[in-house]
Design a protein around this ligand. Structure first.
Ligand SMILES: [Zn+2]
Length: 170
């Protein structure tokens, strides 16, 4: 009986601890910068799911990552622009695309105002997530090991992009 009470008390303490912890998490979410989840591109997740393929949905809406060296734009260097696969907004130009060797399309910069950045502490890493500013679609992450002059490496999933060739190269 004493043992059982001890367990019961431990259980209650655990519940209290967990509620304090989850309260803390929800508090920090509200105080922190706007969460990328808030931008749904005026569509419900069910609508996105219907519109996109399973793979693209998992990456664009659920922040997944395609396998390294598997994406169609990793080794793609034609002249043109890269659009958001979710909403069609222009995000990157081929002038900023370079071969980083990391296994994903890499850009030294995005088109000004088209890309939002968010702090991402998932998987025990401190990273900066990048999303389409228009529809909130997950693109990838931005790192500070890119070429000059920006020093940035926008590491983007091919699945989040749609290439549109420039007029001259058509
Ligand atoms: Zn978009």
């Amino acid at each position: 009986m004493i043992r059982a009470k001890g367990f019961q008390r431990a259980g209650i303490i655990l519940i209290i601890l967990m509620s304090i912890l989850s309260f803390g998490i929800s508090q920090s979410k509200q105080e922190g910068t706007m969460m990328s989840k808030e931008n749904t591109g005026n569509k419900t997740e069910a609508e996105w799911q219907k519109e996109l393929s399973t793979e693209v949905y998992q990456i664009l809406r659920e922040k997944g990552t395609e396998r390294a060296f598997s994406g169609k734009y990793d080794e793609h260097f034609e002249a043109g622009v890269y659009l958001c696969v979710g909403c069609g907004d222009t995000l990157y130009t081929s002038e900023t695309k370079y071969n980083s060797g990391c296994g994903w399309p890499a850009f030294s910069d995005g088109i000004t105002g088209k890309i939002d950045e968010f702090e991402d502490n998932s998987f025990g890493m401190r990273r900066t997530e990048i999303t389409c500013a228009n529809c909130g679609g997950h693109l990838g992450h931005v790192f500070n090991d890119g070429p000059k002059p920006t020093g940035l490496r926008h590491c983007v999933n091919s699945a989040s992009l749609k290439f549109s060739p420039s007029e001259e190269s058509k």
